[in-house]
Design a protein around this ligand. Structure first.
Ligand code: NAD
Length: 245
């Protein structure tokens, strides 16, 4: 592939599988050195080995302040700096309002909002010193249109958009860009948890009449990570086959 990201140093969270793994592989394809971080460190290491090209797998819980700070320190030590950070780690705990527990609400808000904020804070501290960097946050179409059964997740993903724009305004004059992507229905282990009927019903509402593949989200992230998007910050790109436009 191209050397679009040649020499760039990147961290992707939640990268042992699914969209995060596809993003890690795509960044490496375009020449970046990548750290794949995940709650499951063993799987992150196996995924890094599968990607090759110097990719490193690391265990990290994005909700833990010291683990996130250590992750960024380690990447800076081993790669010599940090140019790209992708806040991708995520979970769902779907239930109707009638059935959702406070624990399910808190878990989803904590992973997506505290997790993204901790990554943003640690990565931007390094990038503003270097006066350069790109941070990409994973939101969701659920945060734009709201999905029934996902009051926790929709709130978290809408929050990621607000956080992206606030951080973009704080960091723009330091040479650090912050953007978000909003995937629609993407075929990953997360959506494999849906019943085949629910998956098919959702797929039928998509103008392109199909779910997306993880690599199709990764393409948008590569664009936002690269100089091709050099005048973009605070933007939210929908990668959803036309759903919810
Ligand atoms: P996935 O469940 O397949 O993978 C998520 C990864 O995040 C897993 O490897 C998991 O171990 C890791 N993770 C979870 N909690 C973590 C934590 N506290 N710290 C570190 N890692 C953690 O999910 P996916 O479908 O690949 O989703 C990736 C991102 O894209 C998420 O933010 C998700 O909300 C978002 N998204 C997914 C879809 C979709 O249709 N799949 C649509 C819109 C947005």
């Amino acid at each position: 592939m191209s050397g679009l990201l040649e020499g760039r140093r990147a961290i992707v969270t939640g990268a042992a599988q699914g969209i995060g793994l596809a993003i890690g592989a795509a960044l490496a394809d375009h020449g970046a050195r990548v750290v794949l971080a995940d709650l499951d460190g063993n799987r992150a290491e196996a995924s890094a080995e599968a990607i090759g090209r110097g990719a490193i797998g690391v265990g990290c819980d994005v909700t833990d302040e010291s683990e996130v700070n250590r992750l960024v320190d380690r990447a800076v030590d081993e790669l010599g700096g940090l140019d790209l950070f992708v806040n991708n780690a995520g979970i769902t705990r779907d239930a109707s309002l009638k059935k959702m527990s406070v624990a399910d609400f808190d878990a989803v808000i904590t992973v997506h909002l505290r997790g993204t904020w901790l990554g943003l804070r640690a990565a931007s501290a390094v990038m503003r010193e270097a006066k350069s960097g790109s941070i990409v946050n994973l939101s969701s179409m659920s945060g734009k249109v709201g999905n029934p059964g996902q009051t926790n997740y929709s709130a978290a993903k809408a929050g990621v958009v607000g956080m992206t724009k606030a951080a973009a305004k704080e960091l723009a004059h330091h040479g650090v860009r912050v953007n978000a992507v909003q995937p629609g229905l993407i075929r990953t282990p997360m959506t494999a948890a849906m019943t085949p009927e629910a998956f098919a019903t959702t797929e039928a509402t998509i103008p392109m009449r199909r779910a997306g593949e993880p690599g199709e989200v990764a393409g948008a992230v590569v664009f936002l990570a690269s100089h091709l998007s050099s005048y973009m910050t605070g933007a939210v790109l929908e990668v959803a086959g036309g759903r919810g436009m």
